[in-house]
Design a protein around this ligand. Structure first.
Ligand code: ARG
Length: 460
C-alpha cells in the first residue's frame, strides 16, 4: 500500500472499510477543474513570493495542465486510496514531475483548498442556472405572444374568481423566475470571496499574498477571517435555498399545467413530443415532464434540508462532516437545471385550447366583482354594492343563469341604481376591459408588461 500524503505519524494503514467509508473521490472528482485552477493560482503566488522557484512553478503548471488533459481524455486513474480529488491530483502531479510538486502544498491545507474549489464550482453553477432561468422566461414570454387576447378564468382557492388574460398569468411566472435569478445573483456576490490562504484554520507565518490568488481566481477579495473561511458553508445553504424556492415555483407551474391538461379542465394540450403513454391503457397521454418537475422539487428541498442538518451541530472551523456537503449540492444543481430545461421545452410544446377555454368562460360569475365596481362608480359604498351583487348572484344560482342574463327589471328589484349601461360591464369580455390599475390584467397594462420582458430578455 502507498503511504498516505499525511502518513508520517502513522504506524498502521487504515482498514479497507475505513478507506471506503471516508473516501470522497467517487464524487468530488467533479471539482477537478476548480482544484487545478486553484493550484495553478497558488503555485504562481508561491513563486512570486519567493516560496518556490520560477522553474518549479513552470514544472508544476505544465504538470497540472497535463493532468487536466488526462482527466478530460478519460486517461486519468482516480484512486480511492488517495482519498479525495485534492490528494489524487497532488499525488499524481508528484508521480509526474517529482520533487517540485512537493512544494505545491506550502501554506495550504485541504480545508482552504476545498472551500475555494467549492466556491468556484458554485459560482459556475449559479451562472448556468441563471442562463436556464432566462431560457424558461423567454419560452414563457413567447408563449404569451402566441396567445394574445386569450382570456382565461382566474382562480383563487381553485374556485372561479375573475377573468384574466392568459398573457398576464404567464408573465406572473416570468416575474417569479426573475426573483429566483436575483436570489442567485445575491448569493453569487456574497460567495465570491476567496478562502485560499486560510490554510487549516489559522492562516500562516509564511509570506503569502492572498490578494494575488483571490484576484487571479476572479474573487472580489480574500475572506477576512481565516477561521470563518474554512468553517462555513452558508454559501451552499444560500444556493440550495435559492434552488428550493425556484423548485417550488416550478412545481406550482407543473401542478397548474398538469391540472389544465386534464379532461376536466382541457385548457391545454401538450404535444406528443412532451407527453408519455401508459403500458396498459392505450388511450393515455400523460403530461409526465411537468409531473416530474413537481416531483423533483422534493429532491431539491431535501438537499437543502440535508445541508442545514449537516451544518447545525458543527463547532468552528473544518470538520470532516463537511465532506458530505458535495453530493446534495451536485444533486440540487443538476436537478434544478433539468427542471428548468424541461419546463422550457414543455412551454415550447403546449397549445392552449381557445375554444374549450372560451366555452368555459361564462360559468362561475367571473364578472361579479366588475359589477360591484360598477355600482361603486354610481356612488354606492363598496360594502353595499358587494351585498347587492351577492344577492344578484344568488338569484342567478337559483335560476341557473349568468349575471348578464338578468333583465334590467330583475336587477332593479335588487337596486334602483342599475341602469341600461350595466350590460357594458357584464360578461367576461366586457368585464376584462374595465381593468386599468397598474399591474392589472387590463390589456394595455399587460401589453406594457410584455414589452418590458421582450426588451429585458432581448426577444426579437
Ligand atoms: N475531502 C475533504 C472534503 O471534501 C477535503 C478536506 C479534508 N480535510 C481534512 N482535514 N481531512 O471536505
Amino acid at each position: 500500500k502507498e503511504v498516505k500524503l499525511w502518513g508520517g505519524r502513522f504506524e498502521e494503514s487504515v482498514t479497507d472499510a475505513v478507506e471506503k467509508f471516508t473516501e470522497s473521490i467517487s464524487f468530488d472528482k467533479a471539482l477537478y477543474k476548480q482544484d487545478i485552477m486553484g493550484s495553478k493560482a497558488h503555485a504562481s503566488m508561491l513563486a512570486k513570493q519567493g516560496l518556490m522557484s520560477d522553474s518549479d512553478r513552470d514544472t508544476i503548471l505544465k504538470g497540472l495542465e497535463e493532468i487536466e488533459r488526462q482527466i478530460e481524455a478519460g486517461e486519468f486513474l482516480w484512486r480511492t486510496d488517495r482519498e479525495d480529488v485534492h490528494m489524487n491530483i497532488e499525488a499524481a502531479l508528484t508521480d509526474l514531475v517529482g520533487e517540485p510538486a512537493k512544494k505545491l502544498h506550502t501554506a495550504r491545507s485541504r480545508n482552504d483548498q476545498v472551500a475555494t474549489d467549492f466556491r468556484l464550482w458554485c459560482r459556475d453553477a449559479i451562472d448556468s442556472i441563471i442562463s436556464r432561468i432566462e431560457n424558461l422566461q423567454t419560452a414563457l414570454v413567447i408563449l404569451a405572444l402566441q396567445n394574445e387576447g386569450l382570456i382565461v378564468p382566474g382562480y383563487t382557492h381553485l374556485q372561479r374568481a375573475q377573468p384574466v388574460l392568459l398573457q398576464h398569468l404567464l408573465l406572473a411566472y416570468v416575474e417569479q423566475l426573475e426573483r429566483d435569478a436575483g436570489r442567485l445573483l445575491d448569493c453569487r456576490a456574497r460567495l465570491n470571496f476567496c478562502p485560499l490562504g486560510a490554510c487549516a484554520l489559522a492562516g500562516t507565518g509564511l509570506p503569502i499574498d492572498r490578494f494575488m490568488t483571490s484576484d487571479s481566481l476572479g474573487f472580489a477579495a480574500p475572506m477576512r477571517n481565516s477561521i470563518d473561511a474554512v468553517s462555513d458553508r452558508d454559501f451552499v445553504l444560500e444556493l440550495l435555498s435559492a434552488n428550493s424556492i425556484t423548485a417550488v415555483h416550478l412545481s406550482r407551474l407543473g401542478e397548474e399545467w398538469v391540472l389544465w391538461a386534464s379532461e376536466e379542465f382541457g385548457f391545454l394540450t401538450p404535444s406528443d413530443s412532451v407527453s408519455t403513454g401508459s403500458s396498459i391503457m392505450p388511450q393515455k397521454k400523460n403530461p409526465d415532464p411537468m409531473e416530474l418537475v413537481r416531483g423533483k422539487s422534493a429532491r431539491v428541498i431535501g438537499d437543502l434540508v440535508t445541508l442545514l442538518v449537516l451544518c447545525k451541530g458543527l463547532p468552528h472551523a473544518y470538520n470532516r462532516d463537511l465532506q458530505e456537503d458535495k453530493e446534495p449540492v451536485f444533486d440540487s444543481v443538476k436537478t434544478i437545471v433539468g427542471m428548468l430545461e424541461v419546463s422550457a421545452e414543455f412551454a415550447q410544446n403546449v397549445a392552449f385550447n381557445r375554444e374549450r377555454i372560451q366555452k368555459a368562460l361564462p360559468a362561475g360569475h367571473l364578472d361579479a366583482t366588475t359589477l360591484a365596481d360598477y355600482l361603486v362608480k354610481k356612488g354606492i359604498p363598496f360594502r353595499t354594492s358587494h351585498d347587492i351583487v351577492g344577492r344578484s348572484v344568488a338569484l342567478c344560482v337559483s335560476r341557473n343563469c349568468e349575471l348578464q342574463d338578468l333583465s334590467l327589471d330583475e336587477l332593479n328589484s335588487l337596486s334602483p341604481v342599475f341602469d341600461k349601461d350595466v350590460y357594458e360591464f357584464l360578461g367576461v369580455e366586457n368585464s376584462i376591459k374595465k381593468f386599468r390599475s397598474y399591474g392589472s390584467t387590463g390589456s394595455e397594462c399587460v401589453a406594457g408588461q410584455l414589452d418590458y420582458w421582450i426588451d429585458k430578455l432581448n426577444i426579437s
